[in-house]
Write a protein that binds this ligand. Structure first.
Ligand code: IMP
Length: 489
């Protein structure tokens, strides 16, 4: 295990900056290696979700699509469990299933096969956008192959809560039962809802779930399930369930499409910008996260391959960005991170960075930067560029503590593994790095306006994670963003 002593010496003794003190010499979106598709960028959560990806996607859409251009925004995972807020015409708009690109008139926004779609909630989102802007600015395509996540799934999740630990702690949006349907080989897809005999198909699905829920000692028809923008509703009888779906179906049908053919055509034209937008973060991946605080989809950039049925290989994507908070990590759930932060500093950060769940207001856990963990996430996701959010959360009186490696009970240096039992037995080893006045850089947009200690830290962190910094955010406002793309100041 690397203790990064050589890198620390290079940055903090010899003054090496690895080029982070100026924009990149070449544009990684256009100056690409053979086999790499120009104009393609993927944005994943590089930690445990809630890193502030939405802002960055918005910025990337503005950059690549803008007001007059065209482009594709493709969401590859998750469903109504995700969420971020954008400000449109001075009003806050919460997006869950719709990707951020939906606000760009030239964008075609695809809800990909790797997603799970709740028709009622996606319709509520569409109506909210329409209410605000009169129409949905982007062209919206809901892949007919995406899996449905319905009130039945929310009811099963609710019933499971009484029985098993795995059922607890979810967002309650029926995400895991919908993905489980695929493994059990009985998913209902968007195309089942679009089919002429949809009432039969969805009716059989209702019967199956009513039986499953009955087996858990609950009555599905009477169970109340959460809803976007309204109070919980009872699932209702088979008839009520199908009628409600029928009304939603007729409004959603025009948005249902064959994403496969569309992506194949557009991907073949390198002039069309492609923005892949992930939900959640690598640390919530069911294989790479700490069980049971994991979701069920594939939040890593690797999830793009199965979602596009192999059309887009991550290695072909020019810029694969992991988004992390620059000076700390946050997480929700019961997982105990090895680098849990001292309470006083954690409280200060929680207040300054508003680290409370967007919908639940649950206070998030705050931890020191954990290089073994973040390097592991980088390795399993294949990200090559870095987005550092919250650069303004730094205090001149408090050095930034970073975990370089762990030791086990026998004193051996060991790495990260996504296993709580294992992590409970490791001891983090820390270094302390010079900090800066975060409040003084609020809203900064130029690399040149970042203080030397911030540039030193960015040089160290990006090299330690083996990724190149591409964006950094310096405050909650939309344009508080620093870019390392050529042409940026
Ligand atoms: P599910 O995705 O609803 O199945 O929830 C499983 C776990 O993932 C829970 O611990 C959730 O809190 C967490 N989770 C799901 N989506 C997000 C997200 O967007 N941000 C942070 N945590 C999430």
């Amino acid at each position: 295990m690397n203790d990064f002593s050589a890198l620390l010496e290079a940055v903090y003794t010899r003054g090496e900056r690895f080029g982070v003190d100026r924009p990149l010499a070449a544009n990684p979106l256009t100056a690409v290696a053979p086999g790499v598709r120009p104009n393609s960028i993927a944005i994943e959560g590089g930690a445990f979700g809630d890193e502030g990806k939405g802002r960055v996607v918005d910025e990337v859409c503005a950059l690549l699509i803008g007001r007059g251009g065209r482009g594709v925004v493709y969401r590859w995972n998750g469903g109504a469990n995700a969420g971020h807020t954008v400000v449109v015409e001075g009003r806050r708009l919460a997006l869950h299933q719709l990707p951020s690109g939906v606000l760009f008139p030239g964008a075609t926004v695809v809800l990909g096969k790797g997603m799970v779609i709740h028709p009622g909630d996606v319709l509520a989102e569409i109506q909210e956008v329409r209410g605000l802007l009169g129409e949905v600015p982007a062209r919206l395509v809901i892949d007919e192959m995406a899996v449905l996540s319905l009130d039945t799934h929310r009811a099963l999740e609710g019933a499971l809560r009484q029985w098993a630990e795995g059922g607890r702690g979810s967002t309650g949006r029926g995400i895991s039962p919908a993905y489980a349907d695929v493994l059990l080989r009985h998913p209902v897809r968007v195309r089942d809802l679009a089919a002429d005999d949809w009432r039969d198909r969805l009716g059989r699905h209702y019967d199956l779930y009513a039986a499953l829920v009955r087996g858990l000692d609950a009555n599905m028809a009477k169970m109340e399930v959460p809803r976007l923008n309204s109070e919980p509703v009872a699932v209702g009888s088979r008839f009520v369930f199908l009628d409600r779906l029928g009304a939603q179906r007729s409004i959603l049908l025009p948005y249902v499409g064959n994403a496969y053919d569309f992506i194949r055509e557009q991907w073949a034209d390198p002039a069309v910008p492609f923005i892949f937008e992930g939900a959640q973060g690598v640390g919530l991946d069911p294989r790479y996260g700490v069980y049971p605080d994991v979701t069920s989809s594939d939040p890593t950039i690797g999830g793009i391959l199965p979602s596009t049925e192999g059309l887009v290989h991550p290695a072909q994507i020019a810029v694969r960005m992991a988004t992390i908070k620059a000076t700390y990590t946050s997480s929700v759930g019961r997982r105990r991170l090895p680098t849990a932060m001292d309470a006083a500093l954690a409280d200060r950060i929680r207040e300054d960075a508003n680290e409370y769940g967007a919908t639940t207001r649950r206070p998030r856990d705050i931890a020191y930067i954990d290089l073994p963990c973040l390097r592991f996430f980088g390795q399993v996701s294949g990200a090559n560029y870095l987005v550092l959010t919250h650069l303004d959360i730094a205090y001149p009186d408090t050095p930034i503590r970073v975990c370089t490696h762990y030791t086990d009970a026998a004193g051996r240096r060991v790495g990260y593994r996504p296993d709580q039992l294992y992590l409970n037995g490791v001891q983090p080893a820390y270094i302390e790095l010079p900090s800066w006045d975060g409040a003084a850089i609020q809203g900064v947009t130029r690399i040149a306006d970042l203080p030397p200690a911030a540039l030193q830290y960015i040089a160290f962190l990006s090299r330690a994670l083996e990724m190149t910094p591409l964006f950094g955010t310096t405050g909650p406002q939309r344009d508080a963003i620093v870019s390392w793309l050529p042409g940026a100041a």
